[in-house]
Design a protein around this ligand. Structure first.
Ligand code: CA
Ligand code: CA
Ligand code: CA
Length: 174
């Protein structure tokens, strides 16, 4: 089996400020079955770019915000200047909870609700019930949790994706 990476560039200049969901669909053309897969991911066009300083180290990893920048080198959804750990088998949660972790070979990434709720300031997968109410309908209009007025989380809620090379699953853990 061989794998070839393709890169697609999009010009976002014509988009207004706001939240968007991008869809990527790949369909086989060389088989009768023409199997396919569709991936969706949210992104936000923000009004302002974060102001990064050479004198500030927000994630306390020894490198300044300006040096690290807003790229997401480990692809976990957290920008470098807020991300102090390149191990993607671990995803940080709120300050009062331990990070969630998985096996080597899997990648934990910040979930769509957490991304939309926090924009470029996202640094954990932690979300609130209000985040669910506001952003779950943008992702899945049939999601049941945000319609359940009796849902009372007994601990912090973490919104994350977990992926390996074979399958991708989406989880909402509370
Ligand atoms: Ca830093
Ligand atoms: Ca990251
Ligand atoms: Ca990371």
């Amino acid at each position: 089996m061989t794998t070839t990476a393709y890169t697609f560039d999009f010009d976002l200049q014509s988009l207004d400020i706001g939240d968007y969901t991008a869809q990527v669909e790949v369909i086989e053309t060389n088989t009768a079955e023409q199997y396919g897969v569709m991936l969706e991911f949210p992104f936000t066009i923000a009004a302002t770019f974060p102001s990064l300083s050479d004198n500030t180290d927000t994630d306390f990893d020894g490198f300044s915000d300006l040096l690290e920048g807003v790229s997401d080198s480990d692809l976990d959804g957290i920008p470098d200047y807020l991300d102090d750990d390149a191990n993607t088998a671990i995803l940080p949660t709120g300050t009062s909870e331990q990070a969630i972790s998985t096996l080597d070979g899997y990648r934990l990434t910040v979930g769509d609700i957490a991304k939309l709720a926090n924009g470029h300031l996202v640094n954990t997968g932690t979300i609130t019930l209000q985040d669910v109410a506001l952003y779950a309908p943008k992702i899945d209009n049939n999601a049941l949790l945000y319609k359940d007025i009796y849902h009372q989380p007994i601990q912090e809620m973490v919104n994350f994706n977990i992926e390996n090379t074979i399958a991708k699953m989406v989880g909402l853990h509370s």
